[in-house]
Design a protein around this ligand. Sequence first.
Ligand SMILES: *Cc1c(COP(=O)(O)O)cnc(C)c1O
Length: 237
Amino acid sequence: ERIAQVQAHIAAACARAGRHPDAVTLVAVSKTQPPEVLRAALAAGLRHFGENRVEEAAAKMPLVNAAAAVPPVWHMIGKAKLIPPLFQVVHSVDTLKLAQRLAEQVPAGAAPLPVLLEINISGEDSKAGLPATGWQQDAALRAALWDTVRAVLALPALELRGLMTMAPFYDEPEQTRPVFAALAQLAAALRHDTGAPLPDLSMGMTNDYTVAIEEGATIVRVGRALFGERPAPGPGG
Ligand SMILES: *Cc1c(COP(=O)(O)O)cnc(C)c1O
């Protein structure tokens, strides 16, 4: 029922924005959920899972993949030194150094690993990502960002698919709109200047995915709207 609800909200947001619903990929954020819940989600039609911890994901993946006629696509959405064969997409590349490390882990002759650069648009200290607050006005910031993007584009082992961001939490989802609009404009400027297609914008979570879709998200990362509230993290984590 929740999947159908989220898909209906995605379709409605696409209709409002004049976009085809197939233009948006739903990544079910399955962090903290046990493998049996993922298997049920797979049986109910979800095809993409998002995990933010390598250890947790590595333990669950074989149990989920083995139960699937067609294994799901696994998206890394958190901070990690990771093992590319486990994940098919990495959303959380926030330094050139991390991009280089990932590139080194891609086996010779293998297809390039699809990655997105995580961007901190809102300027919140708590948010990871390459700093990009006020990129339109700040030439030095822009130069640094453009250099990083060009350097990542130059890594043959990676396929830079686009940009990812997290909006601050607001009670009123409408308040996230400027953050998503700024990420979309940044992607457009980078496409223009680098000539790279950069087709993907990974933005929007349970609180704000419909706003993100209206602003051009091609990937939404939705956890709680699909799986219910996660248990509160214990002390230290
Ligand atoms: C947990 C998480 C999500 C999903 O958040 P919900 O509020 O459960 O939809 C999306 N993106 C990232 C990077 C996350 O860590």
